[in-house]
Ligand binder design. Structure first.
Ligand code: VGL
Ligand code: ZN
Length: 198
């Protein structure tokens, strides 16, 4: 048994020109495609929000983009509208080898709760189903890459480690939003959770 490669949110809205562009987001695509050849299973995640999602600043009167608000489940960054279900921005980067994917898991479809992690919504309780998929396939080792390093990659990796998976994050195959030191904080948090940063 080798490992599953989990590719987080390599979507147009997180790449240059997108609604929530991550610097260099497109520069990791070729390396991720190459890495797929090493994996037993390839899983893609896709941020997939309904219009008017509660994580959008536009859904909160007077709120600034990138400000933080308090939600019932904790603090929430208010993002520009992004990855709206079925939009071009929500589509995978055109060069990503989506044909190699065994599973595409969508997240963030619940209007009231954001979902950074591929495993749980931001209430840290509502599962996406990915844990069950991996366990029933007998996969215990995960390599994680994608966007954004400090949000969805970080949350996915920490949740995976807490669930008992053996987790490596490929730093070279990720790019960060990096607001207020969030990239360094993500590295510390992942290491504390037992994630290997490769
Ligand atoms: C993400 C912010 C909002 C991510 C998704 O993929 O890291 N970040 N939605
Ligand atoms: Zn999102």
């Amino acid at each position: 048994m080798t490992h599953a490669l989990i590719v987080i949110d390599v979507q147009n809205d997180f790449c240059p020109g997108g609604a929530l562009a991550v610097a260099g987001g497109d520069a990791i695509v070729a390396g991720i495609n190459a890495e797929m050849g090493q994996a037993e299973a390839v899983i893609l995640t896709q941020d997939w929000h309904p219009a008017g999602h509660s994580s959008f600043a536009s859904s909160h009167a007077g709120a600034d983009v990138m400000s933080v608000t308090q939600m019932p489940y904790g603090p929430q960054v208010l993002w520009p509208d992004h990855c709206i279900q079925g939009s071009a921005g929500a589509a995978f980067h055109a060069d990503l080898n989506t044909n190699r994917a065994d599973l595409i898991i969508r997240k963030g479809y619940n209007s009231a709760i954001d979902s950074y992690s591929a495993f749980f919504e931001n209430d840290h309780t509502t599962p996406t189903g990915l844990e069950g998929y991996l366990r029933t396939r007998g996969i215990t080792r995960l390599v994680i890459a994608g966007l954004a390093y400090d949000f969805c990659v970080n949350y996915s990796a920490v949740d995976a480690a807490k669930l008992g998976f053996d987790v490596e994050v490929r730093h070279d195959l990720c790019r960060a939003i990096d607001m207020d030191g969030s990239a360094d904080a993500a590295t510390r948090g992942m290491k504390d959770a037992g994630v290997t940063i490769g």
